[in-house]
Design a protein around this ligand. Structure first.
Ligand code: SAH
Length: 370
């Protein structure tokens, strides 16, 4: 295997050489490494520096970049696992060169997680995490991290695959990214509830082609009940921009008050906040000394998440303009007008054109005209 050195954060490891001409260079090497996921790993390191778990499992480590970064940049004792012996050779070499406190195992992730407990269990597969969530919940002592890169099933572009994997009905709308994030969270909450465990989102977000969750797992039947009470639906009108959020176990049946169409439910999904404000504040403070690949992009993501209202849907500003045949002015002007009228209003972290507000559509429209 031809190797080359890469540095993320303050961690340097060897990874296999890739063919840069290929549309997806990570797919051309014997062991997986994707430099474009550096920001995902940055956020995990920042979360772990806030919560200090007693141990950490990188269940699908590949080159070991994620677990090695956690080991070097947080000091938490790490276990790196992969079922591929080639990956294990590379991980062993990287761990040795870094001189970190790490255990290395070559096992099927589900059998390892069924037998051993870790303070923080991290699922970062290539593709869907769905077949690993149950075992990860059982293995997690306190925290769980999940990456999903199967955004097409999660967000409704591949409807049937989404239903099979997440036992929820996605909907391909202008806020499908939000729906994908919340369907994954809702799925984790339901798996956790089976074992009398509840979840609390610490920092969950969607970025480019992935969804990333960091949640706290609390062992108690009442915590599980509390999580289940957070499940709900977004109901969307098929003919106009009307949408409705509902926190309820079974979806109700609703008619659009504007055009009379029956609304289509999407879910079950997690409603309410997807982050812990204290953790996020701590992470933002930590970026002052933290070494990130793209510090400006990281800080932008964190601060938009901090300021984003907790609603489970958003509106695309341009789509609203198109529907009402209005040419939209600057987005911040609209947000300020909505706030001046006493509504919550803010940007969303996954789109430059998304807005979240509790203002009714007529008010949004009138603020667009004003
Ligand atoms: N987390 C890595 C990327 C993982 S790529 C990073 O940060 O770069 C997916 C890896 O999961 C591959 O190395 C593959 O060998 C491993 N894998 C897939 N299924 C597995 C299983 N059931 N148990 C353990 N490892 C698995």
């Amino acid at each position: 295997m031809d190797l080359t050195l890469v540095t993320e954060g303050i961690t340097t490891i060897a990874v296999p050489c890739q063919n840069p001409e290929d549309p997806f260079p990570p797919g051309t090497a014997p062991v997986f490494y994707n430099s474009r996921m550096a920001l995902n790993r940055d956020t995990t390191v920042l979360v772990i520096r806030q919560i200090h778990p007693h141990s950490y499992l990188d269940a699908m480590a590949a080159s070991g970049i994620r677990g090695c970064r956690v080991g070097v940049e947080t000091g938490v004792p790490v276990t790196l696992n992969d079922r591929d012996p080639l990956a294990i050779d590379l991980i062993t070499r990287n761990v040795h060169n870094l001189g970190i406190n790490a255990t290395i195992t070559c096992r099927d992730a589900n059998s390892l997680m069924s037998e051993e407990r870790f303070g923080f269990v991290d699922l970062d597969p290539f593709g869907t995490p769905a077949p690993f969530i149950d075992a990860a919940i059982r293995s997690s002592g306190k925290y769980l991290g999940v990456t999903a890169t199967d955004t097409a099933p999660l967000c409704g572009a591949h409807l049937k695959a989404g239903i099979r994997r997440y036992m929820a009905r996605p909907l391909n709308t202008e806020y499908h990214t939000e729906v994908g994030l919340r369907i994954l969270l809702g799925n984790v909450a339901r798996h956790a509830a089976v074992y009398d465990k509840g979840i609390t989102p610490l920092f969950c977000y969607a970025h480019e082609h992935f969804v990333r969750l960091h949640v706290q797992v609390t062992s108690s039947a009442s915590a599980a009940d509390k999580s289940i009470a957070r499940l709900g639906y977004v109901h969307q009108c098929g003919t106009c921009p009307y949408r409705l959020e509902e926190q309820r176990f079974f979806p109700g049946v609703y008619t659009c008050p504007h055009c009379g169409s029956t609304l289509t439910p999407t879910g079950p999904l997690w409603t309410g906040s997807v982050h812990d404000p204290d953790i996020l504040r701590g992470m933002i403070q930590d970026t002052e000394t933290f070494v990130a690949g793209d510090p400006a992009r990281l800080l932008r993501l964190l601060s938009v998440c901090r300021d984003e209202p907790d609603f489970s849907f958003s509106y695309d500003y341009h789509q609203l303009g198109k529907f009402y045949r209005l040419s939209p002015g600057p987005i911040d002007v609209l947000l300020n007008r909505l706030r001046d009228r006493g509504y919550q209003a803010g940007r969303v972290h996954y789109s430059g054109y998304g807005i979240k507000t509790d203002a009714p559509l007529e008010e949004i429209r009138s603020c667009m005209i004003q």
